[in-house]
Design a binder for this molecule. Structure first.
Ligand SMILES: CCCCCC/C=C/CC(=O)SCCNC(=O)CCNC(=O)[C@H](O)C(C)(C)COP(=O)(O)OP(=O)(O)OC[C@H]1O[C@@H](n2cnc3c(N)ncnc32)[C@H](O)[C@@H]1OP(=O)(O)O
Length: 253
């Protein structure tokens, strides 16, 4: 993770080649970096983007979920939950500058921010069902809060990956921006949020999101048990193995 401060704005650039997949170690690093910025009194905003060309993030590292060690799987999921709690509940203003594909966990990271700008000709969405897995309730809550119930339930069931244009049309992202302007526009959008007194913006954000974060806090252990039980099922492991194979085939084909 490349993290630096530009005045009162923290910039986090995901930089885990080849595809910024989120494994246990990288999620832990992500959480430490965001918590550090959150606790930095001089930091009012965070921009999340990718240092890699063409990929924002490929989402959770599928290898963490394929033939897993159960203890590590539990730690992995705890870090995924924590990342969502940190981002969705963040007091600082957050902008996702999506400069590449953003499937599944990559989409969730951006949905957890306050504002999303995206470069053209990429795809974004919660494609979990395509892998034969099920997005947990807090993933669904987050997309539903962004695009509305009907569109979210349809997209979640199909595991639909939106093009940038489709994402803009349904409100999954807020603005389409040429890749060479994405950081400049992220700073402009940040300034708009800074024009509002921090405490008023923070309390309002909290009012909108707290009930969803509280829901996960209340069910956190059950959610982890559910994830571990689900992922370790033979049928799910088979589906995951097939999906990994299809990724490799797509590459060679
Ligand atoms: C109760 C149960 C709850 C379960 C909830 C679990 C929720 C899960 C959310 C997730 O995030 S699951 C992950 C979903 N992600 C994907 O489906 C993305 C798959 N990847 C792609 O579509 C493409 O790789 C890409 C991101 C569009 C990039 O394409 P590109 O052509 O540039 O690169 P590739 O050649 O396809 O990939 C390079 C290399 O990376 C490996 N890889 C890709 N994605 C992942 C990943 N998510 N995890 C691990 N590894 C990944 C890919 O297999 C290639 O590997 P090698 O062949 O080079 O070894």
């Amino acid at each position: 993770m490349l993290t630096f401060k530009e005045s009162c704005i923290g910039v986090m650039k995901l930089s885990k080649p080849p595809v910024n997949s989120l494994n246990l170690e990288y999620l832990t690093e992500f959480n430490i970096a965001i918590e550090k910025l959150e606790n930095d009194k001089s930091c009012r905003g965070v921009i999340i983007t990718s240092a890699l060309p063409k990929i924002f993030s490929a989402g959770l590292d599928i290898l963490e979920m394929y033939q897993p060690n159960t203890d590590r799987l539990r730690q992995f999921w705890t870090q995924v939950q924590q990342l969502w709690i940190n981002l969705y509940g963040s007091q600082v203003a957050t902008v996702a500058a999506i400069n590449g594909h953003a499937p599944a966990g990559g989409c969730l990271v951006s949905l957890s921010c306050d504002y999303r700008i995206m470069a053209p000709n990429y795809t974004i969405g919660l494609n979990e069902t395509q892998l034969g897995i099920v997005a947990p309730f807090w993933f669904s809550d987050t997309i539903t809060n962004t695009i509305g119930f009907r569109k979210a339930e349809r997209a979640l069931q199909l595991g639909y990956m939106f093009t940038t244009d489709e994402a803009k049309a349904c409100g999954l992202i807020d603005k389409i921006v040429p890749p060479d302007q994405i950081m400049a526009v992220a700073h402009e959008e940040m300034k708009k949020m800074f024009a509002v007194p921090d405490f008023a913006r923070q309390i309002t954000k909290n009012q909108c999101r707290k009930q969803f974060i509280d829901k996960l806090h209340a069910k956190r252990d059950a959610d982890t048990d559910n994830f571990v039980n689900f992922i370790t099922k033979d049928s799910i492991q088979k589906a995951m193995g097939k999906y990994l194979e299809s990724l490799k085939k797509r590459k060679s084909g």
